[in-house]
Design a protein around this ligand. Sequence first.
Ligand code: 2DT
Length: 212
Amino acid sequence: RGGKEDSRGALVVLEGLDRCGKTTQSTRLVKHLESLGYSTELWRYPDRSTSVGQMISSYLSNKSQLDDHTIHLLFSANRWEKRSLMESKLKSGTTLVVDRYSYSGVAFSSAKGLDIEWCKAPEIGLLAPDVVVYLDIPPEKAAERGGYGGERYEQLEFQKKVGQRYQDLCSANWKIIDACSTMEDVEKQLQEIALDCVKTCQEGKPLSCLWS
Ligand code: 2DT
């Protein structure tokens, strides 16, 4: 079911606050799409495996301090360093399910007080997602789920601000799922959205770039 020789994969992005279930759901979605015969990979940002990613990881775990602008640009660089691979995977027909992307970059940095347009600027020219699925959870509910791992941004007051920024960013290609529904319910809705998107891309929807 790879589709026509020349059909491309879809760029499916999951966004949401910490503990909204993104990681669990993106893993399940990849398994589902693979079981239907679609070539699919799970990606996540930050990608901590690169040298830029290691600087980010060290910052997030409070092992290093960086100016807010500096860390913002590192997160962006971490996407740019994977951009050409992303494009070639998509063009060769592989669907990418991506756990966090530019919207995390803009939402988290602008929640610290950085100008939103400044935050978007380094993201211009990265590949635009075919769909953004926002797993919507009130920050208080997310905090109750426990297991905030103690990384830098995992604090209720800050997550509330991030939630507001996500709302400001929400646009036409976003689909919102109530992340307080059962895991199975979220999974089903996500499958439908993703499958629909994969088919649209197979049928020839062109790739585009941020911010469009
Ligand atoms: P995880 O816990 O999902 O690994 O996220 N973040 C993420 C940013 O501030 N900017 C970005 O561009 C990205 C991708 C969100 C680690 C934290 O990093 C934040 C949570």
